[in-house]
Design a protein. Sequence first.
Length: 312
Amino acid sequence: MAKAKPFIKWVGGKSQLIEQLDAQLPADFGNWENVTYIEPFVGGGAMLFYMLQHYPNIRHAIINDINPDLVTCYRTVRDTPEQLIESVKDIEEAYLALETEEGRKDFFMAARDRYNEKNLDPIENTTLFFFLNRTCFNGLYRVNKKGLFNVPFGKYSNPTICDPETIKKDSDLLQRVEILNGDFESTFEYAHGKTLFYFDPPYRPLSDTSSFNDYAKESFNDDAQIRLKEFCDRINDAGFDFMLSNSDCKGKNEEDNFFDILYQDYEVVRVWASRSINANPNKRGKLTEILVNNFDKDAISVIVAEDIESYN
């Protein structure tokens, strides 16, 4: 039976890290009662869909993102899946009927221009989001400082633009999810009782040319990373639990202790992750990422980096 999974491609998506993330949860997480689960940076939603399917004790789920178009996607998938499927099927059929690369590129550019008009109803906006996500270069989502989508055309011969089963499965799961659009700090008021926050923020770039975190017009710089850490302190002080993913600066530069110093009061674990967003295939490969948590060290199932190969 098909399972719910991300309905879009998303840079930094967590599908290939899910087992490692699961292993880092509190050892007794499955026994928590009436859990509230909060993702302030939902992105592609791989962790969300996994958690909702594997932990029925999650009774309340709240997701948030600062990207309004992404949030519209989630709400449209949740609230009007049949209309969305019909609309995405229409654009898929029109696109795939074009037999020349030039014709498809013209179609893509027209769709991108229309999407950037920013005056669309939720169905059309989400349809174009899906289309551009599946036909643009490398499946990136990137906007300029004006918030306009600017990823170029991708040369795919037969892309799957409409996946009705995934949309339906995701819609079913999202029925019990509250969907917010705003700053990550706004999620704090939704925490109550046994609450777990999972943070997957825009990653700190490992080099000047590796920044793919411009998925919103607001940049996420080191000041924002520090503000996020202070928010984690607020969560910790309130008695809630959190886990956070980010890039491992030390993996690139042994002297870069930014996160080790920033999160020195918490558990920092390094895990292996494959990355495939570099335009140069020779520069893709495995990197370490960090996972930070505030769990009781006696109540966590710790995985060390050397053991992670068995998951890949």
